[in-house]
Design a protein. Structure first.
Length: 165
């Protein structure tokens, strides 16, 4: 495991054990994964992204009205759909570009996008594809239920411990 990633995971594990994790912490994790994508084992990467996926799926909601969010972000999200030279990537890019350009989508589409990346990581390993969930977690969401999210910190910390071994 890359030392920079290991240091961050130890810090994140500690924050989660204390119940001090935030959505931005998981945005930073995606940023690190993007920066180190060729220095991290794909299995470790997908395990880490799966943690982020569950945060997006279960723990956060948009901070502004959905229609406004789509209008503000649709073109940006579509612009991050840069195809790689394989069929899976071209299909993925076409699918999500069309959805984002329609400006008629929900947070669940970002979550589905991340799931597709995890499930096809080898074909979709790209700086751009992970940018959308990274930015959403950094700028566009808040925790739905703070107490549940704090309680979930122990489970996340245990998952991180397993990955760190």
């Amino acid at each position: 495991m890359h030392i920079k990633l290991k240091e961050y995971l130890l810090l994140l594990k500690e924050k989660c054990e204390q119940g001090n994790q935030t959505p931005s912490d998981f945005s930073k994790l995606i940023n690190l994964i993007r920066d180190l994508k060729y220095d991290i084992d794909d299995a470790e990467t997908t395990s880490l992204l799966d943690i982020v996926y569950h945060v997006l799926l279960e723990d956060v909601e948009l901070i502004i009205e959905n229609d406004t969010w789509c209008e503000q972000n649709g073109d940006y999200f579509a612009g991050n759909m840069v195809p790689k030279d394989n069929d899976i990537s071209r299909k993925f890019t076409r699918k999500y570009s069309d959805i984002f350009r329609s400006k008629n989508f929900h947070l669940s589409i970002i979550t589905a996008e991340l799931r597709d990346i995890i499930d096809n990581y080898e074909a979709l390993k790209s700086d751009f594809y992970l940018r959308n969930p990274e930015v959403v977690l950094r700028d566009d969401v808040r925790v739905k239920d703070y107490d549940l999210f704090v309680d979930k910190g122990t489970k996340i910390a245990n998952n991180l411990k397993t990955i760190l071994k």
